[in-house]
Design a protein around this ligand. Structure first.
Ligand SMILES: [Cu+2]
Length: 374
């Protein structure tokens, strides 16, 4: 009795699991014409394969069963039967043509990047994405998209959020219903820009510009990931695209332009300690806490502490060089590529005065960072 009940429960839970798995394991709901074509192609191919599977295995099992030796069947000899050979060549040929025809149409459509309304360059860095709006409405906007999931969740000190590792501080914002051309490249190693709901996946290769496009038909937030193993934090550089109405997009562009104007610093300006330190604290929170932690203690055996560090308390030239160029063989990235002279000077000044640190050379001016760049 109990075993029957257990079996029933097992069957039921298996059925529920299969249902949930099917919902989870299919492609994401497509929101671009190309993604929809890819989705339909996927289903078409699956159906063709299923039909072939049923026919071939049906004939095979029927033949094995109906013509078995034990009921006295003798094998028929039809070696080198020209008719059979022609039939089994012609039929697959037409099946393949039938599959290649729609697939080729889709491949051509997804490569057609002509006449875009907005062109955006996505640059992969270890480990974040940089976006430059190079043409169309929003031209001139530049932003960096950093992982926003707190490290507490990564290290299991906090339960994981709904969009764990799929959330960023600044998403890519694009208008709905407009053709967006994405140029992809990288600043260090090969990354790939992948947003499943758009049917877009394009390698981002240092020294090359590749392109792809999408036209999102529905407003919303769409999430993707870097899809090329690019080092230790490959899983920590998500892509978030916010598709908004034309009016909202224009408003966002205006806001960003204002922010850009305000952030345009003169690298020749001489700062006083308190102002630079205050600014550096913000830069630190946005770029450094994930590894070195808010208390400057780092993570033992993974990321070095900055509080009490020899580099941070030593001559400023050494620290400027490491922050600018990164440290080979470690997770320390070259921030010279992504932060301005003023932000770099600010964050270095901050670390030299924060926590228990009391560096002798406690103030770094933007001009010093500028001259240290190679
Ligand atoms: Cu990557």
């Amino acid at each position: 009795m109990t075993s029957r009940l257990a079996a029933k429960t097992a069957t039921l839970s298996l059925a529920i699991y299969a249902g949930a798995a099917a919902a989870q394991h299919n492609f994401q709901t497509p929101v671009t014409p190309v993604a929809r074509e890819i989705y339909d192609l996927h289903l078409l191919m699956l159906a063709i394969c299923a039909v072939i599977f049923v026919i071939v295995f049906g004939v095979m099992f029927y033949s094995i069963y109906a013509h078995r030796k034990s009921v006295g069947h003798k094998a028929l000899q039809f070696h080198e039967n020209t008719t059979v050979e022609i039939v089994w060549t012609i039929i697959p040929f037409f099946i393949l043509i039938g599959m290649a025809w729609p697939a080729t149409k889709t491949v051509l459509a997804l490569k057609d990047t002509s006449n875009p309304e907005v062109t955006i360059k996505a640059t992969g860095y270890q480990w974040k994405w940089g976006y430059d709006y190079v043409k169309g409405e929003g031209e001139g906007i530049m932003l960096y998209s950093n992982l926003a999931t707190p490290s507490e969740q990564v290290y299991n000190r906090q339960s994981k959020g709904e969009h764990y590792l799929l959330e960023v501080d600044q998403p890519l914002v694009v208008p709905v219903g407009k053709k967006i051309r994405m140029l992809t490249t990288a600043g260090d190693v090969i990354h790939a820009w992948w947003v499943p709901a758009f049917g877009v996946k394009q390698d981002a290769i240092p020294g090359f510009i590749r392109d792809t496009w999408f036209k999102a038909e529905k407003e919303g937030i769409y999430r993707g990931q870097c899809a090329e193993l690019c080092g230790k934090d490959h899983g920590f550089m998500p892509i978030v695209v916010e598709v908004v109405s034309a009016e909202k997009y224009s408003a966002w562009v205006g806001e960003q332009k204002k922010k850009l104007a305000a952030a345009a610093d003169d690298p020749a300006k001489t700062w006083d300690l308190a102002d630079l330190r205050a600014r550096g604290e913000k830069v630190y929170a946005a770029n450094c806490v994930a590894c070195h932690q808010a208390n400057g203690m780092g993570v033992p055996n993974a990321f070095p502490a900055l509080a009490g560090s020899k580099v941070v308390n030593g001559p400023k030239g050494d620290q400027i060089a490491i922050v600018l160029n990164g440290k080979q063989g470690t997770a320390m990235q070259a921030f010279g590529k992504t932060l301005s002279d003023t932000d770099l000077a600010a964050v270095i000044t901050y670390t030299r005065n924060a926590w228990t640190n009391k560096a002798a050379e406690n103030l770094v001016q933007p001009a010093e960072v500028k001259s240290a760049r190679k």
